[in-house]
Design a protein around this ligand. Structure first.
Ligand code: N01
Length: 504
């Protein structure tokens, strides 16, 4: 059947737009809705996938669900009284995003199945030249919302290319693969893997879970909403907003404080240890799943099913280092080879080495990857970057969260972008670009605070840190502080040019 989205993909690309948005996840969709509301008629959203949803379109693995409460995991301007559970599943979130896009009437601005290959700043014409596999387009302003967790990271393991069975990444699940009764191996024990493992344990013949580092896993307080709750959320004025505020504040008061005072996390650590004992009775297995770093150093995972799944007879936790993959199995450092029919790599994403950075060329043709290689993945307020005029990056450096809703961050950034666009129109500005010294000050303050956090002090390696050990992914303060920082476009922090060329 032809969907709205397939239809829209067929529409030709414009040759020039005021704003070009990359990515159709929460960030791109939210931007489109707000630009439309502001009366910006001249914009387009490109996405290589087929339909809105971003990470919630791509991650369709069994058990995929959000670990942020549903009431918080939606746009503030499009509340969803229809969530069926306190923690939503991927199909529900994806359906919510599709419905929101349809109801907002913005789908005609999207071009799906279009891959952005390159974007280069043209200093003479002061536009972005964007090449795609569907043709070229120029834009005065570019907003990237392609996500920090969108490019699968495949493990660099000797022999993996020689594997003769099926192999796929958690974020590119092969739904045609029949896993029933098969010998399946999952590499990784992060947020994705711990959702996948209990589901696979129900169907496969044998499951090997390859753990390099044991994660902290606390109980998942998930439940179905009762009919009465759903009716109340739908019909009692203000209840959903109150609920949302309560969930937000509960997370806001506890979690940012514990990142800098890890002792506050002790009760959560006790809860996680109890979770291990509840799910696993074998002391040896208990010991092997117990982490050796402070809770919070890596993302804290939530599951009631993961440990009981590991405790099943047909499931083995393998903690010996993987030496190599053979055409038919996995060999560990002790020389043992375990046969495998299907290999699932739940090995995470390119986070601090985002491929998009190689394809964005700013002033003087320098790629974002070149700039970030020198100074680390940095931006001003996580959104704008010196040397890259008129570029706004949603979910940019140091805007990630381990404890609350990224939708809140995204909405804060969208507000900032709207402020910038309004200022540009009102003051006749052709370009805005953060002053390098302002960006440097912002980041050195941020990194100073970062050094005191559990992410640095907790005794673990994680995807939060780059190759130099700097945390360039997470926001280290409260979300209300981030909202305040992004509440208004601070023109004074920017070098601007007016029309015609004049720099102030
Ligand atoms: O990826 P990860 P993820 N050999 O990078 C292991 C969000 N998310 O997809 O810990 C062996 O966290 C690696 O081991 P180690 C969330 O923000 C949210 O699970 O590095 N093992 C680790 O165990 C999350 O944090 C939700 O030692 C290798 C795993 O693979 C982020 O996405 C659900 C290896 C990778 O874990 C990423 O989560 C899912 C190798 N060569 C994701 N390379 C929810 O909302 C890597 N590993 C619930």
């Amino acid at each position: 059947a032809t969907t709205d989205q397939d239809h829209e993909a067929a529409a030709p690309l414009p040759t020039h737009v005021r704003v070009l948005v990359v990515g159709a996840g929460f960030a791109g969709l939210g931007t489109a809705i707000k630009l439309d509301e502001d009366g910006v008629t001249d914009f387009v959203v490109l996405d290589k996938g087929h339909g809105v949803g971003g990470t919630w379109r791509d991650n369709t693995y069994p058990g995929a669900a959000c670990d942020v409460p549903s009431q918080l995991y939606s746009f503030s301007f499009a509340p969803n009284p229809d969530w069926t559970r306190s923690f939503s599943t991927q199909p529900e979130i994806h359906a919510y995003l599709e419905r929101t896009a349809r109801e907002a009437g913005v789908l005609d601005r999207f071009r799906f199945g279009v891959t952005v290959q390159d974007a280069a700043w043209d200093e003479a014409d002061r536009v972005w030249h964007v090449s795609t596999d569907a043709g070229d387009v120029t834009a005065d302003v570019m907003v990237t919302g392609s996500g920090g967790l969108s490019e699968p990271r495949l493990p660099d393991i000797e022999g993996i290319d020689s594997f003769e069975g099926e192999v796929f990444h958690s974020a590119r699940w092969d739904h045609d693969a029949d896993l029933r009764g098969k010998r399946v191996a999952v590499i990784g024990t992060g947020a994705s893997a711990i959702q996948i493992v209990p589901q696979l344990a129900r169907t496969v013949g044998h499951l090997d879970v390859y753990q390099r580092t044991a994660p902290w896993v606390v109980p998942r307080q998930d439940r179905k909403y009762s009919w009465v709750e759903r009716q109340a959320l739908r019909h009692v004025p203000g209840l959903q907003r109150l609920y949302r505020l309560g969930v937000f504040l509960a997370r806001e008061t506890y979690v940012p404080a514990f990142t800098v005072q890890p002792d506050i996390a002790k009760p959560a650590e006790l809860m996680a240890r109890a979770n291990i004992r509840k799910g696993i009775s074998d002391p040896d297995l208990q010991a092997r799943v117990t982490p050796d770093f402070k809770l919070g150093c890596k993302r804290v995972l939530i599951s009631n099913e993961y440990y009981p799944a590991l405790a099943q007879d047909h499931v083995d936790l393998v903690t010996d280092r993987i030496a190599r993959v053979t055409p038919t199995g996995i060999v560990t450092a002790d020389g043992t080879e375990r046969p495998v029919d299907v290999l699932v790599v739940a090995t995470g994403f390119h986070t601090t080495d985002q491929p998009i950075a190689h394809h964005l060329k700013g002033r003087g043709g320098r790629t974002l990857a070149d700039v970030w290689r020198e100074q680390g993945m940095t931006a001003y307020k996580g959104t704008t970057i010196a040397g890259f005029p008129n570029l706004f990056q949603l979910v940019g450096p140091n805007t990630g969260l381990g404890h609350s809703s990224m939708v809140f961050v995204i909405e804060s950034q969208i507000r900032y972008v709207r402020g910038a666009l309004a200022t540009m129109s009102e003051q006749g500005l052709a370009t805005v670009e953060p002053r390098p010294e302002v960006q440097r000050r912002w980041n050195s303050r941020l990194q100073r605070r970062m050094e005191r956090t559990v992410w640095h002090q907790g005794g673990c390696a994680s995807w939060y840190l780059d190759e130099h050990g700097r945390n360039t992914t997470l926001w280290p303060r409260s979300l209300l502080t981030l909202r305040a920082q992004l509440a208004r476009f601070d023109r004074d922090a920017y070098v601007v040019t007016t029309t015609p060329q004049e720099e102030t």
